[in-house]
Design a binder for this molecule. Structure first.
Ligand code: GLN
Length: 280
């Protein structure tokens, strides 16, 4: 079996299962097995692959046929400017979440020594990207999942950020430590009833805890806002990712908790995705 044939065969089986990025997925998984980049696959398409590599490749394709996300199969996901190690204990970083990083950078252009908190760190893609961009910032992260904190620590070490990061296993209700210039969060905000509209890839494999926003999608957002109003210094900011249809509800909750709404930012799909507010 050569590289090209194996990829073609795999790609056809993925197409049958209506997997949209069949060819790309097959190439990415072949790259992983051979430990070579995609360019190598194209330049060496007629090279024979060993039985063992072929077996491993077919195993990965079999998982992909069951809708396991590519990022969980490769164990990595690019976000912002970096590559993050991930596994099934953490939500896969989403490109639209990069908007949150942009908003932090825009609001803190000339600010140094900011002490910030992230509620629900997951893989660490948000807190670590911010720490990487802003060398004088100190970050604290909390997450309910011990396993996700492990992933975040690996990523912090890889990016050389451990000395400016403190992590705590805690839920929002029980965290009382410190006062912050800034709080960021991408809390779970999917309505239970909307779960049926999500792709199989998401529903079957991603941690429900990181997505489930309760009946109205706002259960965690309410808690994050309430807790942030206690933990943020006056004039400090809360920068929050929200679902595209939550703007009005979230504004109301923020106002009720003494926040002033600065801005609602749209993602690349022109959907309301990020809300920036100031504690007054
Ligand atoms: N944007 C994610 C999704 O729809 C949800 C992330 C979240 O709940 N914070 O898959």
């Amino acid at each position: 079996m050569n590289i090209e044939k194996a990829i073609k065969e795999a790609s056809q089986s993925l197409i049958k299962e209506k997997i949209k990025s069949a060819l790309l997925d097959s190439e990415v998984l072949m790259s992983k097995v051979l430990k070579k980049d995609r360019k190598f696959l194209i330049m060496n398409s007629e090279e024979e692959i060993s039985d063992n590599n072929y077996k491993n490749f077919r195993k990965l394709i079999a998982s992909r046929l069951k809708k396991k996300p590519i990022a969980y199969l490769t164990g990595v996901k690019s976000f912002w400017k970096y590559e993050f190690m991930i596994n099934e204990k953490v939500l896969i970083p989403r490109p639209e979440t990069e908007l949150l990083i942009e908003q932090v950078l825009e609001n803190y252009k000339n600010k140094e020594k900011v002490n910030f908190l992230e509620i629900g760190t997951g893989s660490g893609c948000i807190i670590l990207s911010i720490l990487k961009e802003k060398k004088s910032f100190l970050g604290k992260g909390i997450d309910v999942s011990k396993d996700s904190l492990k992933v975040c620590r690996v990523n912090a070490n890889k990016l050389g950020l451990s000395s400016r990061l403190k992590l705590f296993k805690s839920d929002i209700d029980n965290f009382l430590l410190g006062k912050y210039d800034l709080v960021v969060s991408n809390p779970p905000y999917v309505k239970i009833l909307d779960f049926k509209n999500l792709d199989d890839d998401v529903v079957k494999y991603e941690p429900k805890k990181a997505l489930d926003g309760g009946l109205d999608g706002l259960t965690a957002i309410r808690k994050v806002i309430k807790k942030s109003s206690e933990l943020i210094k006056n004039n400090g900011k809360l920068i929050l990712e929200i679902a595209h249809d939550q703007k009005n509800e979230v504004k109301k909750i923020l106002i009720r908790n003494n926040f002033y709404i600065n801005k609602i930012a749209k993602d690349f799909a022109k959907k309301d995705r990020c809300i920036i507010s100031t504690k007054i």
